[in-house]
Design a protein around this ligand. Structure first.
Ligand code: DON
Length: 577
């Protein structure tokens, strides 16, 4: 039986374009997000927002407000990021979560920098071939939908740990806006309605009564009150991470796992630990980038790409055939390494020094033919799923936080924990469930990312912080969109520092994506002219037009404050003060 891409993973973010390939070697149809969002996935104006003191940009204006509320109370950027993260779990259940995981990148005004990896891990009972049908040898869809798809959640451990180390306010204070939003409710808008309508798989599970009353997605204008989630957040406020990983919430989670054939146990939850990492520090023409190391591939792949591009000075004009070609060839080379060599550093030796070195980039750059596309060699590629959310935070002192968090698919695996009040992730699909077979994002990954109990699945999340040539924070940016996170985040940064665009223009500019395999350059309308497309084809590039590539939220420092821009193709909001 062929493995169908469930609707659950298709609705997703207002922007996501799911170009996924079938696990069985067949090519999954490229899905135009417009199909799933009533044709509304189009570029809309996102007014840049100015704040003299601080700024939060996220996929939910209510969650951004929660963050600025904490800033106004005297909280720092980490306090506000944690407040925003918990609020997203309430107001943006599509991707905001406490049943998933993520990565937070922190840069403090005093120069310190830190990163925390709160990626999910494979449960202890996970096995390498747990998603392969024993009879047919083919991949099932159990890494995507239902109880078996979840990794052990890391979000609560990561956010509470970040707050304890770098925050300044008590957890209960920081959680207050999220608890209020869950308890008092908020009005369902058309974005939430559409995301539910596109993810009907949720209605198979326990969240159906809350999110699909009478079998229909919550109507626009309904007040969504989440009493169970409010209670869970109150328990976390009182007990910290232990309130999630032990006691009544953990028991509710495990009871639902057992009821539905999942494998996460109380022991799995008790053992979960977020990991502090040293951010990758790289440079690009005098700018400094702090990016996320493994278990995310985001930082290494961006660094490798930008190091290659740095060899070409100046870069050609935006929209030209030569620029598009160079960008594509740089992404191709970085993704070839990514898909083959990266995995959880606790389990595989990642050649990070080499991959991020300028010398290595020089050899890769030397291999680029300026007039012909290189063919990606056939190989076992890796994969990525859908849905995620990025938020950026800046405070008045100049501390900044860049965070990306995910359930993977929209509403994760669809499973909602009764009494707990939250959705569980389907992050297990980020492993190479069958090394060499494409995942939901068409990524083909190798052994380095095979399933092992306790291992983190490789991510593409790339929460990034860029300092200007004087060492002051310039940009706080990241995205959702599986492997497109890496290309979009890189492009927004290049648009600002190479093409001198404002942040609003940089985010609005049409995007490109190449992930080595499939060997196709995907592009948004307007990325280049028809004449340039002809030239690119003549150079040997296969082109595919898409309607949306990723969902980014960014902040840029300007004279006198911060500019925040939410994804211009989606919803959400930047809120400053
Ligand atoms: O960690 C990752 O790379 C994926 N789970 C991210 C999924 C994603 O961005 C889906 N969103 N559009």
């Amino acid at each position: 039986m062929s493995r169908r891409l469930p609707r659950l993973v298709l609705a997703l973010v207002p922007v996501a374009l799911l170009a996924a390939s079938c696990r069985h070697g067949g090519v999954r149809p490229t899905v135009d997000i417009g199909t799933y969002l009533g044709g509304e996935a189009k570029l809309v104006e996102a007014q840049p927002v100015f704040g003299t003191h601080g700024m939060v940009a996220s996929n939910s204006a209510l969650a951004s407000e929660a963050g600025t509320e904490i800033l106004k109370q005297g909280g720092n950027a980490v306090d506000a990021a944690v407040a925003t993260g918990f609020a997203l779990a309430v107001t943006y259940p599509f991707a905001g979560n406490i049943g998933g995981g993520g990565f937070m990148n922190i840069h403090l005004a005093d120069g310190r920098s830190a990163a925390i990896d709160y990626r999910e891990i494979a449960p202890l009972a996970a096995t390498r071939d747990m998603y392969v049908d024993a009879t047919t040898g083919k991949l099932t869809n159990k890494s995507l939908v239902g109880h078996l798809a979840s990794g052990v959640p890391g979000a609560v451990a990561g956010m509470t740990e970040a707050l304890a180390k770098y925050g300044s306010l008590p957890l209960a204070t920081v959680l207050a806006p999220a608890i209020r939003l869950a308890k008092d409710g908020f009005l369902v808008d058309s974005s939430l309605f559409r995301s539910l309508r596109g993810n009907r798989a949720v209605a198979q599970f326990a969240g159906k009564d809350l999110f699909f009353p009478g079998g229909q997605p919550l109507a626009v204008g309904t007040r969504l009150v989440q009493a169970d989630l409010a209670h869970t957040l109150e328990v976390i406020a009182a007990r910290g991470a232990a309130g999630f990983y032990t006691g009544e919430v953990a028991e509710a989670l495990v009871a639902e796992e057992q009821r539905g054939g999942g494998i996460i146990t109380l022991d799995d939850l008790k053992r979960y630990k977020a990991e502090w990492r040293t951010p990758i520090r790289s440079t690009y023409r005098g700018y400094t980038l702090f990016t996320m190391p493994p278990a995310s591939s985001g930082g290494i792949t961006m660094t490798e790409t930008m190091n290659i591009l740095e060899q070409f000075a100046p870069l050609p004009r935006f929209g030209s055939a030569t620029y598009t070609h160079l960008l594509t060839e740089a992404f191709r080379r970085a993704f070839i390494d990514r898909n083959e060599k990266l995995g959880d550093p606790a389990f595989v030796k990642v050649p990070m020094e080499q991959l991020t070195s300028k010398a290595y980039a020089k050899t890769l750059a030397a291999g680029i033919d300026r007039t012909h596309a290189t063919k990606t060699p056939a190989f076992k590629v890796a994969a990525e799923p859908e849905h995620t959310t990025h938020y950026s935070v800046a405070d008045a002192k100049g501390n900044v936080v860049s965070t990306t968090t995910t359930l993977n698919g929209g509403y994760g695996c669809g499973v909602w924990i009764p009494k707990g009040g939250f959705f569980m992730n389907n992050e297990m699909d980020d492993f190479a469930a069958q090394p060499g077979s494409p995942n939901m994002f068409g990524l083909v990954q190798g052994e380095a990312n095979a399933i092992v109990p306790g291992k983190r699945m490789l991510s593409a999340m790339a929460p990034t912080i860029v300092l200007d040539q004087a060492g002051k924070v310039l940009l706080v940016v990241g995205a959702a969109g599986g492997p497109r996170i890496i290309t979009t985040t890189t492009e927004v940064i290049l648009n600002v520092i190479e093409h001198h665009m404002s942040l609003a223009d940089a985010m609005r500019a049409p995007r490109l994506h190449h992930q080595s395999l499939p060997d196709t350059l995907r592009y948004e309308p307007g990325a280049f002219s028809d004449a340039v497309a002809d030239s690119l084809r003549a150079m040997g590039h296969a082109l595919q037009r898409t309607n949306g590539l990723a969902n980014a939220n960014g902040i840029m420092r300007v004279n006198g404050g911060w500019i925040g821009v939410r994804e211009p193709r989606g919803t959400g909001g930047a809120v400053g003060y």
